[in-house]
Design a protein around this ligand. Structure first.
Ligand code: HEM
Length: 248
């Protein structure tokens, strides 16, 4: 098999900059163009309740999740610390994405809009379910390794937890990347859908500043995910060995 491309530019720094830029752009869009965000649901606030959704999804499933995927390569310190940061970032991302889902679900209920009728919503629900399952499984393993609880892991993988984990690690990495790509596809379809909804309702023009900003955020997310993939596959620093070799 051909070797992975060696990166000769500061890919981790660029990934972090693009992640911050994507979060800043979606917050700017929600506040400047859409009037802000709220979790309350008074009559005039309903669109503000919707705005919470894209912002929390991009922060959680795109920015924090991307950082979590790269934590093994970007973080200094022991393997234990890297694992802890990886898990903590993913746990936070899960909480934010569940809150973002709750906001859009409540928005649909209050406006009596059907649930789950679009491709975006199907992709999104699959993404949140896979992501939450992955995080909860990781948490269970972590708790068991601290011996706070026993049984679940060894029940499902009776061959011994160490060899079980060594077998599962490549699958965990694969599913992590798969879920991240799914989050990007979901966010891009969400931006497209929202822009087309607003254009059809004559709220914004095809070439309005807002429409161009929304398209640009989508392009930014695609660029960000491309560099995250490159950072994952490239043999950048010696820290990659901990990513490949760890079976704990
Ligand atoms: C990974 C990120 C995202 C996930 C997992 C996600 C998930 C979902 C889900 C499950 C629904 C269905 C809610 C219901 O039926 O009650 C939904 C609705 C919606 N989302 Fe997202 N979303 C994400 C990002 C975004 C982004 C960035 C936007 C951009 C504005 C967006 C715009 C919308 C819109 C307009 C709806 C209502 C229409 C529909 O049901 O498709 N979403 N989202």
């Amino acid at each position: 098999m051909a070797a992975a491309p060696a990166v000769r530019f500061p890919v981790y720094g660029i990934v972090r900059m693009l992640g911050v830029a994507a979060v800043a752009a979606i917050i700017f869009w929600a506040i400047y163009f859409r009037g802000g965000m709220t979790l309350s649901s008074s009559v005039e606030d309903k669109l503000l309740l919707f705005n919470v959704h894209p912002v929390l999804m991009v922060i959680g499933l795109v920015a924090l999740n991307g950082e979590a995927l790269l934590a093994y390569k970007t973080m200094p310190g022991t393997k234990k610390l890297k694992k802890l940061v990886h898990l903590a970032l993913q746990f936070l991302a899960m909480l934010l994405s569940l809150t973002g889902l709750w906001a859009v679900w409540k928005f649909h209920d209050e406006r009596q809009i059907d649930h789950l009728y679009t491709l975006h919503s199907w992709l999104g629900l699959s993404c949140i379910i896979f992501f939450s399952l992955q995080v909860l499984l990781l948490l269970t393993i972590k708790i068991e390794s601290l011996q706070w609880a026993t049984g679940f892991w060894t029940f499902w993988y009776p061959g011994g937890s160490r060899s079980g984990r060594a077998f599962l690690l490549p699958w965990h990495v694969f599913f992590g990347v798969f879920i991240y790509v799914l989050a990007i596809a979901t966010s891009v379809t969400g931006l497209l859908e929202k822009s087309i909804f607003m254009q059809s309702a004559k709220m914004i023009g095809r070439f309005s500043t807002e429409a161009i900003l929304m398209n640009s955020v989508g392009m930014l997310l695609v660029l960000l995910s491309t560099l995250v993939m490159l950072a994952i596959v490239s043999p950048g620093t010696s820290r990659i060995d901990t990513y490949r070799g760890s079976s704990e």
